[in-house]
Design a protein around this ligand. Sequence first.
Ligand code: HEC
Ligand code: HEC
Length: 262
Amino acid sequence: MRKWLLLLGILLAGCSYGTTSAPHRPPSDVMGPETRGPVLYARDCAWCHGSNGEGTARGPNLNGDLDGGAYTHFMLSTGRMPLSSPTARAQRRTAVLTPTQIDAVIEHVKTFGGTGPDIPKVEPTTGHLGTGSELYLSNCAACHSATGTGGALTSRRAAPHLTNPDITPVQMAEAMLVGPGCRNNDSTCGFGSGAMPNFDFSETEVNSITAYVSYLQHGGDHGGFAIGRIGPVAEGAVGWIIGLGSILLIGRWVGTRMGDNE
Ligand code: HEC
Ligand code: HEC
């Protein structure tokens, strides 16, 4: 009996541990829709971006000419924001906020005065793959590689894999509109310097580029020998290994032949 009580005690302790250790989140259904954005912003963003998006030493201001719906949606839906600490790096991960919370925060950030674009409407199915391919090769491939596998940049930043199936067409269009990565070269950018440029494509061009990037995401190989589409460095390495292997074999063969003659 004592054993059972002990076990029950441990189980109950486990339960209460589970509930108390979860981060405190205000229940969103209790708050009215008009207050949810401001409350979430105050809790998750203000300590780095300032209570009116004016910026602090820990984060850039959110009121610039690129800031607005598109930039905020991109940063939140790709999980780059909210950053967990001032030393963390803004990179893609599972979104921290739910889609409803993201919408609420976006509405609040839009009241700050940033004059950047709003969340774009994208229809890759209406795009033209050939045009998309040309635009991609001349505008994106230098950083993201011709096959979309990304690569290291001279700024010591890395251009991410665009073949990642988690990247949605809307996020692709947003990336093109705002050029993520924080272009202020001051300390508020954290690890951000070395940004992607922003582009001024027409709607049709955006649809074509997103169509092409979706094609790359779903395994579109174009020409050449696709060694798992691992990029030029690895493909070069494969070449080296095959090449070196043949040289060694020839060397051995010559060596044995010479041995025969002795
Ligand atoms: C720990 C500090 C921190 C927190 C918390 C944080 N951010 Fe950020 N934020 C940054 C830094 C640093 C950057 C620049 C990083 C980069 O672009 O690589 C940034 C960039 C951004 C950008 C891009 C804007 C621009 O002009 O570069 C947006 C939009 C943004 N944050 C929104 C938010 C929102 C909304 C929240 C809350 C849900 C949030 N952030 C929470 C530090 C933070
Ligand atoms: C000068 C180099 C450069 C060029 C050119 C460039 N990008 Fe980027 N791109 C980057 C970097 C760096 C990032 C990461 C930014 C960050 O995480 O803050 C990025 C991020 C992205 C993302 C977000 C990916 C993710 O995992 O969330 C997309 C989508 C994207 N780029 C698409 C494009 C497209 C499409 C083009 C051409 C129209 C392009 N980029 C041109 C450097 C570049």
